[in-house]
Design a protein around this ligand. Structure first.
Ligand code: HEC
Length: 564
């Protein structure tokens, strides 16, 4: 009896173990599904096989090239949703599209919904792919319906094992709508930290909220049509969503921000962060977004994270790093070959000046301009005549970088009396703000300011547009720089969302931002902003200006926006 019971138990146990085993994850070419996604992603983004060797591609029919130069991402983009270059359309290759029939008209991604040829939308372009036909498309350029794909699409030499990995990745690529979007609404949030003065906070928030109100009052009409109209099934109406905007206020020490962000996100996942404002380092928010794969579009911060390979945060500019880099390039552009003057930078410890100094040092190093001498002013030491005279004795003839505020610059007149005058003096316009009059008249001839914004005469026209827009919406003008930036965000956002149609994938959202045309019209703060795949800093230039000797000095432009 006991023996029997034991053998029954053993039997039951072994059956259940078998069951457990057979429920384990199916391997993909010997990899776990997660590993296969990782390896497939590397094939797709970098053109590197699981073995670590480059993929082999044939372009223009039969020219063999290294697949790392023709990785799928360069044409089909990060989301797999594809793009249009002139008349060439890289079809979508994401999981949601490949394994169902593709209707003609669907491939015309670039056209706005209004321009879509509706009468064609029922004609099938190709049937759904199977794994076998998909492998054939990638290897031989023949689609699921037997059509030869355009020669722009390379042919790849990929063996069965590696092909299984790539197809596994494509199956997972943009296969499910991202969090933060439901049937009626796209949820956004904006981050505000507690160090921001109320007037600046309002400048950001009220302008952003005005955009959201605008959008939602327009969509009421479209929602009606979506419910009742004859074309209710069309993408155009299916894709309409209201916008909602919640404010994520961050309190206290930045080391606690991540936890606060996580809690906000847990309560209500959003599709993306819009704008936002802080006077402190954006790093914790940047890292949170990177980790959460959450887009963060154009926060207002003097401290962006400089990380060209990060994907999820899009910034207006590199801020202080842009100014320091432009200063270094300007010195190089004015010096004869191999005759760069010695470089001396004067600053006090503090987040902005230290950032300028670090970045200047790095750029000087990268451009091989020679060593940079740091003169760090201790907090208790005034930048008075004695200080400048002593500096002159040691560093006459140098290029002198003054990463100082108006209070210190106001006392720098004796720079003009050096027995060997400086080769050039450069100060950071952003540290002076409006107080350009603080620069002593006697040194204005030798002094240049970095000026990372549009010049007043360039901004005039678009500022008029902005003021009118704010007035109609009852938004008080509290800070034109911030409001101009936020106006731009909303203006671009409606174009981006229209372009996305029903494809609410976060990576596609950012792909579409990257595809936007360069802008001069809707932005007054910068002379132009430019977009491009993976580019994360939109305003890439800075002017060098000089000041007239008037008590209220005028700015005189001394360089192009881009300094080479
Ligand atoms: C140089 C640009 C380019 C690169 C690189 C590229 N493709 Fe394509 N691909 C295209 C174009 C363009 C088409 C559409 C051709 C046509 O419609 O005739 C296409 C079509 C496809 C299709 C057919 C889609 C359909 O609906 O029939 C698949 C699948 C595909 N590509 C997968 C890939 C994969 C996987 C990679 C990387 C291993 C890749 N492509 C790399 C340009 C590219």
């Amino acid at each position: 009896m006991t023996f029997r019971l034991i053998s029954v138990l053993v039997f039951v146990l072994s059956v259940s173990m078998l069951l457990i085993q057979s429920e384990g994850p199916a391997l993909v070419a010997g990899f776990t599904p997660e590993e296969a996604v990782q390896y497939g992603q590397r094939m797709y983004r970098q053109g590197i096989l699981p073995s670590g060797r480059p993929m082999q591609a044939l372009v223009q029919g039969d020219i063999p090239v290294d697949g790392t130069m023709f990785s799928c991402i360069s044409c089909h983009l990060r989301s797999g949703l594809g793009a249009t270059e002139g008349s060439i359309i890289s079809l979508p290759v994401n999981g949601a599209e490949l394994f169902q029939p593709l209707a003609r008209g669907q491939e015309v991604l670039k056209l706005s919904p209004e321009q879509q040829p509706r009468q064609l939308s029922s004609t099938q372009l190709r049937p759904a792919y199977t794994e076998a036909t998909l492998a054939r498309a990638i290897r031989d350029g023949v689609d699921a319906g037997g059509r030869s794909l355009d020669r722009v699409m390379p042919r790849y030499k990929i063996d069965d094992r590696d092909m299984a990995v790539l197809i596994h990745y494509l199956r997972h690529l943009s296969s499910r709508i991202s969090p933060g979007v439901d049937d009626t609404t796209i949820h956004f949030a904006t981050v505000i930290t507690d160090d921001v003065e109320p007037a600046l906070r309002d400048a950001m928030l009220l302008t952003l909220q005005a955009h959201v109100r605008d959008r939602n009052s327009q969509s009421r009409h479209d929602e009606e049509r979506a419910r009742k109209g004859p074309y209710y099934k069309d993408d155009m109406f299916m894709s309409y969503r209201r916008w909602s905007l919640t404010v994520w206020e961050l309190q206290g020490d930045p080391s606690t921000w991540t936890e606060q962000l996580q809690e906000y996100y847990r309560q209500r996942p959003v599709f993306a962060l819009l704008g936002g404002i802080s006077n402190q380092d954006w790093r914790p928010i940047h890292d949170f977004c990177q980790q959460q794969q959450l887009p963060c579009v154009l926060p207002i911060t003097p401290y962006p994270v400089i990380a060209d390979d990060d994907w999820y945060t899009l910034y207006f500019s590199k801020s202080y790093d842009q100014e320091a880099e432009s200063a270094a390039r300007f010195i190089r552009s004015r010096s004869a070959r191999n005759q760069i003057p010695p470089l001396v930078q004067v600053y006090r410890n503090g987040p902005a000046a230290s950032r300028l100094a670090d970045s200047f040092r790095q750029t000087a190093d990268r451009l091989r301009l020679g060593p940079v001498i740091d003169v760090l002013l201790p907090a208790e030491q005034p930048a008075d005549a004695g200080f400048w005279n002593q500096l002159g004795r040691g560093h006459g003839g140098a290029a002198v970088l003054l990463w100082l505020t108006a209070a210190d610059l106001g006392r720098s007149a004796s720079l003009a009396e050096w027995s060997r005058p400086p080769a050039i003096v450069i100060a950071a316009g952003s540290l002076l703000g409006e107080k350009t009059g603080a620069v002593p008249a006697g040194i204005r001839d030798m002094t240049y300011l970095t000026y990372p914004h549009s010049l007043p005469e360039e901004a005039r026209k678009s500022l008029t547009v902005l003021r009118r827009w704010l007035k109609v919406r009852d938004v008080p003008v509290t800070d034109e720089v911030i409001q101009s930036k936020v106006y731009f965000i909303g203006w671009m956002l409606s174009g981006v969302i229209r372009h996305m149609r029903r494809n609410y994938y976060r990576d596609h959202f950012l792909d579409v931002w990257d595809m936007m045309n360069d802008e001069t019209y809707a932005i007054s703060v910068y002379p132009r902003v430019s977009f491009g795949p993976g580019q994360r800093y939109l305003a890439k230039g800075c002017y060098m200006v000089q000041l007239t000797k008037d008590p209220e000095p005028q700015l005189v432009r001394r360089s192009d926006w881009l300094i080479h």
